[in-house]
Design a protein. Structure first.
Length: 380
């Protein structure tokens, strides 16, 4: 189990305590940027509330010693797109991680690789994909995906894909729920801006783009308006897939019919997501969309989920509804802010501990025992 170094600081024992502690390590502007949602933040709150609405129906008198035996953790290995994971968990793509800690995405990637979980690097990272890959050299089999958008400048998109492939990333994760930027009012009120020493590392060497001094949502609206293409359609996926042999993961699907189209257009995996409640406020909670999407794809592709996960039992609930794995976002930033790589490792470890214990208490001796019969589904 990963623990924080011995000192006089409060030692968090769950992800909620990490969030409280992170407030002491972040400026109010950065805290609001990381934690805020769009408009009234209804979807942001509902992502969490959806997990609280779903209840577990534990099985009893089941030998669960294979999954939990005192403090000894048991096997939770799985695979995504044929690549092994020690835990059904990936770190979601998140921008500007150097706002939380100077090591930023490098610390996050090292913690993920050390734990045997996946890492999805954002296009809008503050460490480049090459820097992250180089830092993880001693973990050659670690799962790293690159998240991207389709830009108006197709050569910019092409260059990013080629760089990701050359740097050893295992898949492209295309975000499809942001044709334009959602409005986050806390960022508007704060006139959020990147510090002058930070930049978009993956784009700077290609386009010379610099948004660090732009006011108003860190210049993100200007960036999206100038570089992203709101006219992208399903037909553009064929072009994107022609750029490399990397499998395509589509992130941001909330409807069964869209999931079916994603499969038809060549996606190898789907991430059920509403962008952490940061895009369309009032959109359905990710968990509430999961069962429909799993049924729609009918096993043709792997389905993942992000949004609202704060406990190992939340992972258990998502797996019971058919997710192959989950992505964790904001809690990773809280761990990063508190203690860098060690903090991220500790967040992952806490989730692993809780998932093991939750499985044991639910009568699940292995991941394959997790199914919808564990849940009350009347509220879904």
């Amino acid at each position: 189990m990963t623990v924080l170094p011995n000192d006089d600081r409060f030692q968090p024992i769950n992800l909620f305590e990490y969030e409280k502690l992170a407030k002491d390590h972040l400026s109010q502007m950065t805290l609001d940027y990381y934690s805020s949602g769009a408009w009234d933040e209804i979807t942001l709150r509902d992502n969490r509330a959806a997990f609280e609405r779903v209840k577990l129906r534990p099985r009893v008198l089941v030998d669960v010693s294979d999954v939990y035996d005192g403090l000894r953790l048991r096997n939770l290995t799985t695979s995504i797109l044929g690549q092994p994971l020690q835990l059904p968990l990936l770190i979601a793509p998140m921008a500007f991680q150097c706002l939380a800690h100077p090591d930023g995405e490098i610390a996050t990637a090292l913690a993920a690789a050390s734990a045997g979980v996946g890492m999805v690097l954002s296009t809008m990272a503050t460490k480049s994909m090459e820097e992250v890959a180089s830092a993880c050299d001693k973990f050659p089999d670690s799962l790293r995906w690159f998240q991207l958008y389709i830009h108006k400048d197709r050569e910019l998109t092409r260059a990013l894909v080629e760089k990701a492939y050359k740097a050893g990333y295992k898949a492209l994760c295309l975000t499809v729920d942001a044709p334009v930027l959602g409005q986050r009012e806390r960022d508007r009120r704060n006139e959020f801006a990147l510090p002058s020493h930070l930049h978009l590392a993956n784009l700077a060497t290609i386009s010379g783009l610099d948004i660090s001094h732009e006011k108003g949502e860190s210049g993100l609206f200007t960036y999206f308006a100038q570089q992203l293409n709101p006219a992208v359609t399903w037909d553009d996926l064929e072009w994107l897939q022609s750029l490399s042999p990397l499998p395509l993961v589509i992130k941001g699907i909330l409807r069964g019919d869209d999931a079916v189209r994603a499969v038809e257009y060549g996606a190898k995996a789907i991430v059920v997501s509403n962008h952490g409640g940061r895009q369309l406020d009032g959109a359905i909670a990710s968990l509430d969309a999961l069962a429909e999407i799993v049924a729609a794809v009918d096993g043709k592709v792997e389905v993942l989920l992000d949004g609202g996960i704060r406990r190992g039992t939340d992972i258990l609930k998502a797996l019971a509804l058919g997710a192959k794995a989950v992505l964790i976002g904001r809690p990773i930033l809280w761990g990063l802010a508190v203690a860098g790589q060690i903090g991220v490792s500790h967040v992952i470890s806490l989730l692993q501990d809780e998932l093991n214990l939750g499985m044991a208490l639910s009568g699940c001796a292995k991941l394959q025992d997790i199914d919808p019969s564990l849940l009350t589904l009347s509220r879904l």
